[in-house]
Design a protein around this ligand. Structure first.
Ligand SMILES: [Zn+2]
Length: 256
């Protein structure tokens, strides 16, 4: 390989990592949630998106309610973060300050960012929630683990989400650090039993090898909070994908 070609490959790899890392795909083909650049066409938009159509362990999926088992907990070691918020054209994302992580299956994954979808991408027994939040984590070796939480409508505004929902950037933007704090731990339900399966990014390039940890207890937002997001993104959820030969394990923490 020539030095020049080697450098180009390195740049490509860096660009790909950056895209994975931030879910911003500015280097890539334009894609959308509806129409000719919508989910059923993502795999054709460019070579790097091929897995979106050829992958066999894609996300999201429908989760069947089934018999639970008791497996290892997710150990959350979350600190607070400044509110570094952006609209990447596909969602609202908060880049999380360094120093927060989860440990699951003896692997430590650092919390990198969280972002939102409406309606929820995963469905449970074919039912979607109004929204879903994804906490994206990355291990030292580059493996991804995403903690998903279903967001449903309740009576009152959720204070843990207020800083985010009070600062939603309506237009596509670079990350901006606001004079506000977020505490990811407070954004989770108190009960943290979960479904887990091996899946993918739900946006192009749909890379596989993502460990999904979908908490089975929803968190409530007010109708106004949900509407504030929907006013910017009416629909930004990939449809459910075939489960194929994958197992979905339901940790119910029952000790059985
Ligand atoms: Zn997501």
């Amino acid at each position: 390989m020539s030095r020049r070609k080697g450098f180009a490959v390195l740049l490509c790899t860096l660009a790909f990592s950056a895209a994975l890392f931030t879910a911003v795909a500015q280097e890539h083909a334009h894609w959308t949630y509806e129409g000719e650049e919508g989910p059923s066409h993502w795999g054709e938009l460019e070579a790097e998106f091929a897995l979106c159509s050829t992958g066999t362990t894609q996300s999201p999926i429908d989760i069947e309610l089934n018999v639970g088992v008791n497996i290892d907990d997710i150990a959350f070691d979350y600190a607070g973060s400044a509110l570094n918020i952006l609209n990447n054209g596909h969602t609202i994302q908060v880049n999380y300050d360094a120093g927060s992580s989860i440990t699951y299956g003896d692997v430590k994954y650092d919390l990198v960012q969280f972002h939102f979808h409406t309606p929820s991408e995963h469905t449970v027994a074919h039912e979607a929630a109004p929204m879903e939040v994804h906490f994206v984590h990355r291990s030292e070796s580059g493996a991804l683990a995403v903690v998903g939480v279903m967001l449903t409508e309740g009576e009152t505004a959720n204070a843990a989400y207020a800083a985010v929902f009070d600062h939603l950037p309506a237009e596509e933007s670079e990350a901006t650090t606001m004079d506000a704090q977020v505490t990811a731990l407070d954004m989770l339900p108190e009960t943290r039993t979960f479904f887990t399966y091996a899946g993918s990014l739900t946006t192009p390039p749909c890379s596989e090898g993502v460990r999904w940890l979908l908490l089975d207890t929803p968190v409530q937002l007010s109708a106004e909070q949900i509407e504030a997001f929907k006013a910017i993104f009416e629909l930004n959820a990939r449809p459910v994908q075939p489960q194929n030969a994958r197992d979905v394990i339901h940790d119910t923490g029952s000790g059985s």
